[in-house]
Each structure stands twice: as C-alpha cells, then as structure tokens.
Design a protein around this ligand. Structure first.
Ligand code: ATP
Length: 366
C-alpha cells in the first residue's frame, strides 16, 4: 500500500487537487498501485476550523505518508503567525527536509511557445534556505526592521545545502540525453555566499566527468532563456534565483498552468504545482490542472526510485503520456491554452486516455 496525503489548499487548490485525484485513481486502477489517498485541510479552511493554517495533526499525517500532494496556498492573505497564519508550503519543505525543488519546463509541438523557441530543461532549485525568511532561521524570521525606515533580510547559504542540491542536479543530468548542468549564480557580487555555492557545484562537476558543466550569471540567464533556451538542459541554483527563473521558463513553455514541480528530500517528497492559488479564477472550474497532475506523476516517479516495483514509474510515464495527448487537443485542454475543457473535464479526459492502456496486475498490491 502507498499512502498519499492530499492537501487541497486555497483558491483553485481544491479544484486542481480533485482533478489530480481523478487521474491518480485511474492510474491506480490500471497499474494496481495500492494507493490509499487521505485528505486534510490546510490554509484558510483550516484556519476557520482549527485556528491555524497548518494544524499539527496534518504535520504528523505528512510525516507518515509515502507522498504528499499539496494544492497552492494563498499565504499572502493569511493573518500573522500569532493569529494562526503560517505558510504550509514553507513549513513542509523545511520540516520534511525537502531540499530539492525539481522544476521541469519544456515546449510541446502542439502548443506553440510564446517566444517561439523550443526547449526542454529541468531547474534544480535549493528549497530550504536562501533569502526565504520563513525557512532560513531556527527561530524567528530571517527578515527584520531595526527601525521603521530600515529593513534587513538574511540570505543563508550553507555548504551542506549547496552540496546536496548539486548532487541531485548532476545525478538527474546523468539520466538525460544532453548530460549538461549549468550553475546559475551571482558570485561576481555575492562572492562569499554564491562563491560557496559554486565551490560545491564545481566539486560535484569533478565527480561527474561525463557531464558538461558551465556557469552563468543569473541576470544573463534571463536573457539566455528568452533568446536561446534550447542550449540548456539541467540548471542548478539557489532558492530565489530558481523561483524566478522557473516561472520565466514555465511561461516560455506556454503557460504557468503547465508547470509541474516536485519537492524532494531523502525520505519524503511532495508534489506541488509551480503556480499560486490564482484567486482571480478560483471557483470557476476553469483552472488548468496539468501542472498538479504532472507534479503527481513526478511524485510517482520518485516513489518508483524507492522500490523494486516498476509500477509507480510506469504509472508516472503513462500519466505524462495521457496528459500530453489531452494537451494537444483543444477540446480536451483548458481555456488558458485556448481550449474548451473545464478543469474537471480535462481530468476526466486524462483519466480516460490513461485507461486505454493495458491493465497491469501487481501481485504485491492485489
Ligand atoms: P500567489 O501569490 O499565490 O502566487 P498570484 O495570483 O500572484 O498568486 P498565480 O496564482 O500563480 O499568482 O497566478 C498568476 C496568473 O496565472 C493569474 O492570472 C492566474 O489566473 C494564472 N494562473 C495560475 N495558475 C493557473 C492555472 N493552473 N490555470 C490557469 N491559469 C492560472
């Protein structure tokens, strides 16, 4: 049995998590994954019910789960921590030590890219420190005001975090045809912190001799991504640069609604779309569920690396294939991509497509 914890979150979260569940159920049926899916409230629904946006029992369920699917959260709308408003996404990333935020972005023949250039990249973004004030201190936030006219933000960069995101990026690049890693940094001004990051990416490069390694300044990288994204393969970088570059890459691939991501650690992983809670379209059944469905496929693939059983990895591949078929068809994709399907309809189409493959019995899961 594989226990998945589904956390619908805020805004469009409940709609795209429900859509993802439909697809996971279809994958379970075909591949006998033995999925047990439980749901729990986080975000504004939990604040009304339990007085906090991230109840302690959800943390415990997350620790016990084999994998987590987190919908987007509107943490900017939460009250201060003293009134129960904490960011579930940041807390899960630090408490479960989900240090690698894996963010693939690629263009598709059926969806002409806005900037007209084809590419297939994966961004490995460090996920537990950097400038992110909600996760870089043991106590208190990493941002503070000595007086009302001065604000300071602490950027934490550790050798350990740099070493493990570098290792994750190089290991992933080995499985890709281009075998290329680009470290993105600003070490010309942040000589110590980004310098430390580069020490560790270079150390990893010296271990992975088959990988072509290079380094690009983060400001130059935005121009390269727009002008010639096809030259990149795996990009490894610190937290905030990765956050910004991956939104750019997602948009260049066709829509933020396509952008899947996985938060992975050594013992836990969490599927989470790159986009936010999109309050402007919440409740309309119009959001594109592809990003979260794709993220769930990444989670199954990660689960597949932890077992001898080929079923989770095969299910991940089949979900991605079914998603591609639906994304190529205007009748089966959502309005952000010029399509006609509602969120729930697109999920049903992906499930039907997934069900067309041969059923695979898996004795260990019955
Ligand atoms: P947050 O602060 O939570 O990141 P935001 O509104 O700043 O929220 P997003 O929620 O990512 O950022 O939304 C940015 C834009 O992209 C909005 O216009 C939103 O409607 C659109 N968008 C985001 N996700 C999707 C999706 N899955 N399907 C369709 N449109 C989306």
């Amino acid at each position: 049995m594989t226990r998945l914890l589904l956390l619908p979150g805020d805004g469009i979260g409940p709609e795209i998590v429900a859509a993802t569940r439909i697809v996971l159920e279809a994958a379970d049926l075909r591949f006998s994954l033995g999925l047990q899916m439980d749901e729990a409230e986080v975000g504004l629904a939990a604040l009304s019910a339990a007085g906090t946006t991230f109840p302690e029992d959800v943390q415990q369920s997350a620790e016990r789960a084999d994998g987590i699917v987190l919908g987007p959260v509107s943490h900017n709308d939460y009250p201060p921590a003293s009134e129960g408003g904490v960011n579930p996404s940041g807390l899960l990333r630090t408490r479960l030590d989900l240090y690698a935020n894996v963010r693939p972005a690629r263009t598709r023949p059926a969806l002409p890219p806005p900037a007209g250039r084809a590419f297939d990249i994966v961004i490995f973004r460090e996920n537990t420190e950097g400038f992110y004030a909600d996760r870089n201190m043991a106590a208190g936030p990493g941002e503070f005001m000595p007086d009302s006219d001065m604000a300071l933000a602490v950027r934490k960069i550790t050798r350990r975090a740099c070493a493990r995101i570098a290792e994750a990026a190089f290991a992933a690049a080995m499985a890709r045809p281009a075998k290329r890693v680009t470290a993105v940094h600003k070490a010309n001004v942040l000589r110590l912190s980004d310098g430390l990051f580069l020490e560790e990416t270079r150390r990893a490069a010296s271990r992975y001799r088959d990988i072509h390694y290079d380094e690009v300044l983060v400001d130059a990288m935005t121009a390269h991504l727009v002008r010639a994204p096809g030259q990149f393969d795996v990009i490894v970088t610190t937290n905030m640069y990765g956050d910004i570059l991956s939104d750019l890459a997602a948009e260049l691939s066709g829509s933020l609604g396509l952008a899947a991501s996985l938060n992975a650690g050594d013992s836990h992983a969490m599927a989470q779309a790159q986009h936010g809670s999109a309050p402007d379209i919440a409740g309309q059944n119009s959001a594109n569920p592809a990003a979260l469905i794709g993220s769930a496929a990444l989670l199954l693939d990660w689960l597949g690396t932890r077992t001898e059983d080929p079923a989770p990895a095969e299910a991940a591949k089949a979900i991605t294939g079914a998603l591609e078929v639906c994304l190529a068809d205007p009748a089966r994709r959502t309005a952000d991509l010029g399509g006609a399907a509602a969120t729930s309809e697109m999920a049903e189409h992906v499930a039907v497509e997934l069900g067309k493959g041969p059923a695979q019995r898996n004795e260990s899961n019955g």
